[in-house]
Design a binder for this molecule. Structure first.
Ligand code: COA
Length: 170
């Protein structure tokens, strides 16, 4: 076991698009660790056809969101393809932080944490409970609601809402 104090962690995800739930996890992670890298996964195989938004769009929405919510200090954004553990090693991060919203998340995260441990035992998997303020948000719920003309302003920051509004104009 490494005796290094954890200072730099990655908050990974597909962020398709980023939600207030993700941003809550990022803000709380920054309170605990001095250096936070948001790892934006290419996730090309997700849902069969890949994410809805391109990697560039997802990264840009994150950039604007952390500035809008004023949580950009000590937070970097890094798109990546390939293994999360390879990203951690490349940037020298010693932990990965993920949010847990429900028991179903726990089962899935346990599997991912187990695999990641086998790939890089020196990288700690850390979990924070999703805030009850945000409930069970998911990116696909946000996209579906936006496509049906529903108001998503309680689920995403204003910059993401503006981008989602353009989906209906297209
Ligand atoms: N608040 C709101 N929503 C959240 C959330 C939170 N705190 N945490 C997760 N979600 C939602 C997401 O919005 C998404 O919803 P959707 O499926 O409706 O779009 C869903 O939960 C899954 O999140 P996602 O961002 O796709 O993350 P993931 O938990 O599936 O993991 C990676 C993504 C990038 C961390 C993972 O795929 C990975 O490590 N990829 C790299 C490849 C690799 O290393 N693989 C081997 C390791 S297992």
């Amino acid at each position: 076991m490494s005796d290094t104090i954890i200072r730099h962690v990655v908050v990974p995800g597909t962020f398709d698009p980023v939600t207030l739930g993700h941003l809550d996890v990022i803000a709380r992670t920054r309170r605990m660790f001095s250096q936070v890298t948001i790892g934006v996964a290419a996730s090309l195989t997700k849902n069969g056809s890949g994410p809805h938004f391109s990697l560039e769009e997802r990264t840009q929405m994150l950039r604007e969101s952390i500035v809008e919510l004023r949580i950009d200090k000590g937070v970097e954004i890094r798109p990546f393809s390939g293994l999360l553990m390879d990203l951690c090693r490349t940037i020298g991060a010693d932990g990965v932080v993920k949010g847990l919203r429900a028991m179903t998340d726990f089962e899935y995260e346990l599997q991912q944490a187990d695999l990641n441990y086998r790939l890089a035992p020196e990288v700690e998997s850390i979990f924070v409970m999703g805030s009850p303020r945000h409930g069970y948000i998911s990116s696909s719920i946000v996209r579906e609601l936006a496509l049906m003309g529903g108001d998503v302003s309680f689920l995403v920051p204003a910059c993401v809402k503006r981008r989602l509004d353009t989906l209906n104009e297209a």
